[in-house]
Design a protein around this ligand. Sequence first.
Ligand code: ZN
Length: 273
Amino acid sequence: MSDPFTIAPGLDAEIARAAGLLRAARSAVALTGAGLSVESGIPPFRGPGGLWTKHGEPPLDGYQRFLRDPAKAWRERLNPTEGWARGLRETLDAARPNPGHLALAGLEQRGLLACVITQNIDDLHRQAGSRALLEIHGNHRWLRCIDCHRRFDPTGFAVDPERLPPLCPECGGWVKGDTVQFGEPIPPDVLRDCYRAVERADCMLLIGTSGTVYPAAEFPLEVLRAGGSLIEVNPYESELSPLATVSLRGPGGAVMERLLQHAAAAAEPGRAA
Ligand code: ZN
């Protein structure tokens, strides 16, 4: 659960303003990062208390290692022995969506949000009910063919530990975990869909991310260049704060919950224009 956070009247007025921008938008897109999932119990990777700080760093050539010996990489996935892999697995398995994830799903259900682009691999947007979801760095639960990029839900995909790596039923390519590893290119289909969504967007919600890592760094700038608005939700200032149309300084959970309330209240039948 998130820490109790009281929304001061000044912040509430800004949230109402942001809700107005969302409602006025033809196509709003959210870009989310690690900060949103901190309230779900997933610490950042680096820094004090970070996952890598505690458990050690994954190899910087993880994808090349997979390509060299996919069977070995699969044995490690099925039965993690490395500290960082076990730490990550335990943390992700224990995490649950927070009010911020749920509010984004609520905005989509009300037709106020076209899609969520996320840098997170934690599956929490999916668990919260977001349907139009672009996971730039993949999803830790899912599997993906490295040749045709088809995704597989692991619950419906049998993996024979005696015959690794599993092969794609569509094209025969190697199947790996969907998470984009160090050294691995971002799957081109996701990247293409991100650019399409950003091109159409005239409002971007930036939540829990400094938005400075490629390719995500380009998205808010693209929306601004096209004359759209930028709503930042972050307890801390980021490099994009000076460019934001509205900056909402607070935790993603409480702020997004309130934003949904404002946006939904004004969009109720009979009150909408
Ligand atoms: Zn394939």
